[in-house]
Ligand binder design. Structure first.
Ligand SMILES: C[S@@+](CC[C@H](N)C(=O)[O-])C[C@H]1O[C@@H](n2cnc3c(N)ncnc32)[C@H](O)[C@@H]1O
Length: 264
């Protein structure tokens, strides 16, 4: 957890470190094994929230499906903040045919890399900061943010930016890990920026089901590709079973939350 500790030192250092980290990942993954970098989502129990059987599902893309499930993106202007290596953006823009899908990410190498994979005329990638979104006011019908906000030095500034970029009536589709205490804070920050919460759900069990499924694959990837001095941090960060983040989910200290909010 040394990496997580380092990110707490100062907001500027935090931004610098995450940017370095994700640029590093983009440069060291030419095969694009990490085209989507989230923990994934799998349906669990009787109340399974997806019609598909887990074997048909790519958990990282299933998380994208889940997060947008109540927001129709067909024919809409969509902005994804923290689009990473673009795997989710490519998938959604091909499947749901938005008018325009803009994937924004702080890590320049990630967006340069995405530009080379771009296949749809409705898909574009830009480098930029979630805390200073380089787009006009009220341009987006839908803003997607998946497992990126834990890197931001201020969630409140991010929510202000989201409220600014969304059109009135637009949707904010969000999920991320957070300490339990942040859930209530998020709800009140959304409300104070004219964002009405339509759904809020703890999906930690779905995320852990996915981590259980992908743990062996990720362990193998870390064993083969990551230098020895980074193996521990990578395992924590990748949510490998019985390491840092996974244990915090298991103990209930960290939760993984989904929010759907509507801009008033
Ligand atoms: C865990 S990855 C998730 C990427 C993508 N959403 C996915 O599911 O594959 C987090 C992403 O957030 C990006 N990020 C971190 N801080 C950011 C910031 N301040 N502004 C924009 N993107 C940021 C990182 O560069 C990284 O690509």
């Amino acid at each position: 957890m040394i990496f997580v500790w380092l990110t707490g030192i100062s907001p500027t250092f935090n931004r610098f470190l995450w940017k370095k980290w994700y640029n590093f990942l983009a440069l060291h993954d030419p095969e694009r094994l990490l085209s989507s970098m989230n923990y994934g989502f799998l349906p669990v129990g009787n109340g399974a929230e997806s019609g598909k059987s887990p074997v048909d599902v790519v958990p990282q893309l299933e998380l994208y499906e889940y997060v947008i499930s109540d927001a129709d993106i067909n024919g809409k202007v969509v902005i994804e903040v923290g689009a990473g290596r673009g795997g989710g953006a490519l998938y959604l823009s091909e499947k749901y045919n938005p008018l325009l899908y803009i994937g924004l990410d702080l890590a320049k190498n990630a967006s340069v890399d995405c530009a080379s994979l771009k296949q749809n005329s409705n898909l574009t990638f830009v480098a930029g900061d979630a805390l200073q979104i380089p787009l006009k006011k009220h341009v987006a019908d839908v803003l997607i943010n998946i497992e990126s906000s834990h890197c931001y030095s201020s969630i409140e500034t991010f929510i202000e930016e989201v409220a600014c970029v969304l059109k009135p009536g637009g949707y904010f589709c969000y999920c991320d890990l957070m300490p339990v205490s942040q859930v209530a804070m998020m709800k009140s920050q959304l409300a104070s920026h004219d964002m009405h919460v339509l759904r809020a759900k703890d999906v930690t069990c779905n995320i852990m089901a996915s981590l259980n499924r992908i743990s062996d694959r990720n362990t193998d990837m870390i064993r083969k590709k990551v230098p020895w001095y980074l193996k521990r941090s990578f395992s924590d960060f990748a949510g490998i079973q019985h390491t840092g983040v996974y244990n915090l989910f298991e103990s209930g200290k960290l939760v993984y939350y989904f929010f759907l909010a509507k801009r008033l």
